[in-house]
Design a protein around this ligand. Structure first.
Ligand code: SAM
Length: 229
């Protein structure tokens, strides 16, 4: 077949690789039993699981859910939503939710990007992204989750005044995050003196922070407020 006749295969650039990672029996069972209760439909439509006046927190790429579960336990009056593509991580979070009897958490098991597009505007008061996949090779940088186009998508679902917390152990990614936020007039850096922030009180050590530390990396925190005109 000539090239021109070949169907064009459109593959979106993904910020993740779907690793096969082994599910433990407990995670597998948690996915079977608890997903129907805790999972949000990945393609909408949005229906708040909680009373409309609750502040909403979104954690993107929650890994095994250490921070998400700890935040939810410490903030029972918040609605907490986590997005993660990795099934063992989702299973691990579901086990935590059950063990801690947390009813203020819901899960998006899949890519957060298309899901964001199914949402109405002005939902979240806090968004956290901790240790996103660093994609350190130059040729892979376009796969980094946090970039200008992603921030624009995020803005639509934030309430004015919402806070965005980012953390990474990759210095050049930290500077990239900073540049994207600083050149956008809708964002104010909450760090004093800055440009990087002190560790937010809610941030606890996660698996990927520990991994960065083992590699001798530093940790860079960013805290910005969304202040549309
Ligand atoms: C390096 S890990 C960090 C996990 C956790 N935040 C921590 O600190 O341990 C990044 C996570 O983001 C998830 N991820 C990457 N892109 C994503 C996307 N578009 N939607 C949902 N999760 C994503 C990956 O599956 C991975 O588990």
């Amino acid at each position: 077949m000539e090239d021109t006749l070949k169907p064009s295969i459109h593959r979106p650039i993904r910020s993740f690789v779907l690793r096969q990672g082994r599910l433990t029996q407990a995670q597998k069972r948690a996915l079977e039993v608890h997903s129907p209760v805790f999972e949000l439909p990945p393609s909408g439509p949005w229906q708040s699981p909680w009373p409309e006046d609750r502040p909403l927190f979104l954690e993107i790429g929650f890994g095994n859910g250490e921070h998400l579960a700890a935040f939810a336990a410490a903030h029972p009056d918040w609605g907490c939503i986590g997005a993660e593509v990795h099934a063992p991580g989702v299973g691990a979070l579901l086990l935590r939710l059950q063990a801690q009897a947390l009813d203020n958490v819901r899960v998006v098991h899949g890519d957060v990007t298309p899901w964001l597009q199914t949402l109405p505007g002005k939902l979240f008061s806090l968004v956290v992204i901790q240790f996103p996949d660093p994609w350190p090779k130059k040729k892979h940088r376009k796969r980094r989750l946090f970039q200008e186009s992603f921030l624009t998508q995020l803005e639509r679902v934030l309430v004015p005044g919402a806070e965005l917390q980012l953390a990474t152990d990759w210095e050049d990614y930290a500077w990239q995050m900073l540049e994207v936020l600083q050149k956008n007039p809708h964002w104010v850096n909450l760090a004093t003196p800055g440009p990087f922030a002190a560790k937010p009180p809610n941030r606890i050590p996660t698996r990927f922070e520990r991994r960065g530390q083992a590699l001798g990396h530093g940790v860079y925190d960013l805290r910005f407020a969304y202040t549309p005109q």
